[in-house]
Ligand binder design. Structure first.
Ligand code: BTN
Length: 253
């Protein structure tokens, strides 16, 4: 149990210089028994990772490249719900501290004016007793200017600097993210997905939009009408059929 003096996740944030990936740093700490809320942030990642095996561009001193250890007592199939709550937490922190109109694209990309501002990578470790720990990786493009992006990313990526017109204090924003994360995680553990789903829907840029998605059965197209009980995205097709989508990459049409 945490002592009263050490109850904050933000206060325990560890800052590192150059690492391959903060995901690996956080995993090492988790393996050594680090408590929930242990967070590491790096100035630079040389092997930053995105979802689906992609690389995550993490230039020095420009972003919030951070990973957080979580130890939720939940079944494995519920872990995607943690990405929803992380998205809500980061979106709230960004809106509060910068005023940038960030919105969530299902499941957990944050966009501003249709361009990507932040990505979340949730990785879980399972043992004989079930879920051992999760590492929530958060990448926020804070102070990148257009020239900091490779040409191929300039059309699809943005940053808080580009959107808000001024640099952000990365340390302060990282701490705010951790406060919001702790709050929303507590809410989820106490009350389940419902309050998180409400907040998610409020901050979503996906809801009400026509979206497309590749599935093993082929291309699926419909209107996003909400989140299902399990956190899946509910899609209503032209013919009225409602499908709950649990994984995949959607395209906003
Ligand atoms: C995505 O593809 O959208 C997820 C990107 C996640 C990037 C963050 S940066 C901190 C942490 N360390 C990594 O190597 N990746 C995550």
């Amino acid at each position: 149990a945490e002592s009263l003096r050490d109850s904050g996740w933000a206060e325990r944030l560890q800052r590192l210089n150059t690492v391959a990936s903060t995901q690996e740093e956080a995993k090492l700490l988790a393996e050594k028994g680090a408590p929930e809320g242990t967070a590491v942030m790096a100035e630079e990642q040389t092997g930053g990772r995105g979802t689906r095996g992609r690389k995550w561009h993490s230039p020095k001193g420009k972003g919030i490249w951070m990973s957080v250890v979580l130890r939720p007592a939940i079944p494995l199939q519920s872990t995607p719900q943690l990405t929803l709550l992380a998205g809500v937490a980061v979106c709230s922190a960004i809106r509060k501290m910068t005023g940038v109109e960030a919105g969530i694209k299902w499941p957990n990309d944050l966009l501003a004016r249709g361009r990507k501002l932040c990505g979340i990578l949730l990785e879980s470790s399972f043992g004989p007793g079930g879920l051992q720990y999760c590492i929530a990786g958060i990448g926020i493009s804070a102070n990148l200017s257009e020239e900091d992006y490779p040409i191929e990313l300039r059309e699809i990526a943005t940053s808080l600097l580009i959107e808000g017109g001024m640099p952000v204090d990365r340390g302060e924003l990282a701490k705010e993210v951790l406060r919001e994360l702790k709050y929303h995680y507590g809410l989820y553990m106490d009350q389940g997905l419902e309050p998180i789903a409400h907040l998610w829907e409020e901050q979503s840029v996906t809801l009400g939009r026509r979206i497309g998605l590749k599935t093993p059965q082929g291309w699926l197209e419909g209107t996003a009408i909400g989140l299902g009980e399990d956190g899946g995205l509910l899609l209503r097709e032209e013919n009225g059929t409602v499908t709950s989508v649990c994984t995949g990459e959607i395209v906003l049409i």
